[in-house]
Design a protein around this ligand. Structure first.
Ligand code: PEP
Length: 252
């Protein structure tokens, strides 16, 4: 049986003061049930402070992206070992905003996934189709290519540690959520593709849903058999909204 992971992607939001309030609220209200893990992913400048703020709680911290390189002349980049060094446990790789706005290819995302694993981080691989791709019937092939690039790079064993997040691009930040059945169908497909490589790893891998998840729709999504949590943007910026999703997971 897989545990739930409820992950907040703060994107480029927050300040020292607002983060302190948000983290305090999350730490105070995070579910105590061992079957739900809460993760928050603040912007780079706040990671160390947030790691200190969650110390002693069950809340984990991750970054929103990472370099594929170990160290060296890569101005502006952050190495995976640095994230481990300051106490991050997870890192998001291949978020659709990184792919669309910063030109990250599936090849580059796979390199980041590998670098994260090598440094002892748990990478969360984001996959998902645009509206145009969904309407042309290519959702399954799009996620297969995105997932396949990582499997080619690290083997299916990479998902003994890694997590997948299915995030339909048309649902991110739009208020349009995939229906539980739409999401379940893609999650099942992802798990089936993984099972073609290793059934045990496929059965154990957490596959999160992301795309306008909120308290009101979380229970329906999290009740689906292949949805193991959420990657949450907008609703992760208010403790009450984020905790409502975590509470739905605790009941799921
Ligand atoms: C995200 O950015 O990963 C996301 C799912 O955002 P939102 O919840 O705002 O749609």
């Amino acid at each position: 049986m897989r545990d739930f992971l409820v992950a907040g992607n703060w994107k480029m939001n927050g300040s020292t003061a607002s983060n302190a309030e948000l983290v305090a609220g999350i730490v105070a209200g995070a579910p105590t049930s061992g079957s739900v893990k809460v993760l928050i992913c603040p912007p780079f400048p706040y990671l160390s402070t947030v790691v200190a703020q969650v110390a002693g709680s069950s809340v984990a911290v991750g970054a929103q992206t990472v370099s594929e390189h170990e160290a060296g002349a890569f101005t502006g980049e952050v190495a995976p070992a640095m994230l481990r060094d300051i106490g991050c446990e997870y890192v998001i790789v291949g978020h659709s905003e990184r792919r669309a706005l910063y030109g990250e290819t599936s090849f580059a995302v796979a390199a980041k996934f590998k670098a994260a694993l090598d440094a002892g981080l748990k990478p969360i691989l984001c996959v998902g189709e645009t509206l145009e791709q969904r309407e042309s019937g290519s959702t399954e092939s799009v996620v297969e290519v995105q997932l396949g690039a990582v499997i080619d790079k690290v083997g299916i064993a990479g998902f003994a540690t890694g997590v997948v997040a299915y995030e339909p691009v048309w649902a991110i930040g739009t208020g349009m959520t995939a229906s539980p059945q739409q999401a379940q169908d893609v999650h099942r497909h992802i798990r089936n593709v993984m099972a073609g490589h290793d059934a045990d790893i496929a059965a154990a891998t957490q596959i999160l849903y992301g795309g306008s998840m909120k308290g009101e729709n979380a229970a329906g999504l999290l009740a689906m058999p292949d949805i193991d949590g959420g990657l949450i943007g907008g609703a992760s910026l208010k403790a009450a909204d984020f905790l409502a999703i975590a509470a739905a997971a605790a009941q799921g």
